[in-house]
Design a protein around this ligand. Structure first.
Ligand code: SF4
Length: 433
């Protein structure tokens, strides 16, 4: 997973790109990078680590009225390329499914590669265009997969979203400044107001305070990533017209209607389970209480690069609140169950140790059966609990008194979109692109 941010203004925008990127930190915590144009040069700085921890007060000598930023789980971006159109820097979010085949084709066309990363393939395909818009369109024709990208030249920013709109991208405005970002949560404290979502297949050119649609690559279907609303995105964001907070409450309410249970309290696996639990509580009229506190200095376990790091982060991040657990029966709401090991070895153990009476688990999405090939960090098929086990077997495995998952139909209704417009490959194991 990654987050991307771009901004163009009349004055120095480095504080904006720094904070805009910082507010996307939940989409990737391993690497971060910023590139700026200072009127003369394109500069670029990338780091391993968090945005606030690695960009110092002077923002590593960056300066200018145009800049792009990136947070990532897997690689350093932006990267810089020189081309017949001039130098440019670029970063993206997504996954190119046919990357290996494209690298082979490009090598036959005479290209050499420094890495085998998606972003290098994308940059080299774009560099073949007659201009940047033509280059992005050329790239879009040849790749299969998902992307949202921002590209900085000496004087312009380009932003583009793939024709199926897998990954989110939204435009904001503030007194002559224009920004595009993966998520609108990065606009709120910077004073940007939402203009609109970038359309499926749209290529934007941003110059000074003007933002112009240069091209729309047509497609007869969209595939908005359902998992954004379930887990990935920040609750303060609105994606393609739907508030993440409202979506999570809708999902929790759907669980309460379909799978009611008589318990003392509704609780969440924080943070991403909180919205689902509030929805369950409001619909069922059973009070919400926080039986686990997520320690503020822990990271998202799901976005750690190795299984050992994910297990360690999962184990340390949740602190039980004993006084709220003893002698109470509880419904625990979570966004999803990946392997089930965290629930079995950590949550259930902590609840039982603290004298819980009964544990019922309600999961906001259907059982995960397949990996994501469009740029979200999900595990291999073999690692997924639901790949081999039935719901009853998962319940036995994690050791709880009840377990239920939202249905695909309820997921679509909660997100207010026809299922045919949503990517649901995680749950169906069918890939349309
Ligand atoms: S496979 Fe799942 S995580 Fe990946 S884009 Fe589709 S819904 Fe999102």
């Amino acid at each position: 997973m990654c987050g991307i941010f771009a901004v163009s203004g009349k004055e120095n925008v480095l504080e904006d790109v720094f904070l805009g990127t910082f507010y996307l930190q939940h989409r990737g915590q391993q690497y971060c990078g910023i590139s700026s144009f200072d009127g003369k040069n394109l500069k670029i700085r990338t780091h391993r680590g968090l945005v606030r921890g690695t960009f110092t007060d002077d923002l590593a000598g960056l300066d200018g009225t145009m800049a792009i930023g990136h947070t990532s789980l897997s690689d350093r971006q932006p990267i810089k390329l020189d081309s017949k159109m001039g130098e440019f820097t670029i970063c993206f979010e997504g996954n190119i499914v046919n990357r290996e085949a494209l690298i082979d084709e490009l090598k036959k066309e005479g290209h050499s590669f420094y890495t085998d990363s998606d972003i290098e393939v994308i940059a080299k395909l774009i560099a073949q265009g007659n201009d940047f818009v033509d280059g992005i369109a050329t790239m879009a024709e040849r790749i299969r997969g998902a992307y949202a990208l921002v590209l900085l030249t000496k004087g312009k920013i380009y932003a583009a979203r793939d024709k199926h709109a897998f990954r989110p991208m939204i435009i904001g405005k503030r007194n002559g400044a224009i920004a595009v970002t993966s998520e609108s949560c990065s606009f709120v404290n910077l004073g940007f107001t939402i203009e609109r979502d970038v359309k499926p297949g749209e290529i934007l050119e941003i110059e000074d305070s003007k933002c112009e649609t240069k091209k729309i690559i047509p497609s007869n279907f969209t595939q908005y990533c359902s998992f954004e609303w379930v887990y990935t995105a920040n609750v303060a964001s609105t994606i393609d017209g739907l508030s993440v907070d409202i979506a999570r409450r809708n999902l929790g309410a759907a669980l309460a209607r379909r799978y009611p249970v008589d318990v003392d309290i509704v609780a969440a696996v924080p943070n991403s389970g909180i919205g689902h639990a509030i929805g369950y509580s409001q619909e069922s009229k059973i009070p919400f209480d926080d039986v686990f506190i997520k320690y503020d200095y822990a990271s998202r376990s799901y976005t750690q690069p190795t299984q050992a790091e994910r297990d360690r982060e999962a184990k340390i991040k949740l602190i039980p609140v004993p006084a709220k657990i003893a002698d109470r029966s509880v419904v625990i709401c979570d966004d999803s169950i990946v392997r089930g090991t965290q629930m079995k070895n950590d949550l259930v153990v902590k609840l039982r140790k603290n004298g819980v009476k009964q544990i019922h688990v309600r999961v906001a999405c259907p059982p995960l059966r397949a990996p994501c090939i469009y740029g979200v960090a999900t595990r291999s098929k073999e690692e997924l609990a639901a790949h081999k086990k039935s719901v009853e077997q998962i319940k036995e495995y994690i050791g709880v008194d009840g377990l239920a998952f939202n249905t695909l139909e309820d997921l679509g209704k909660a997100l207010g979109k026809p299922l045919c417009q949503l990517c649901t490959s995680c749950w169906t194991d069918e890939y349309k692109v």
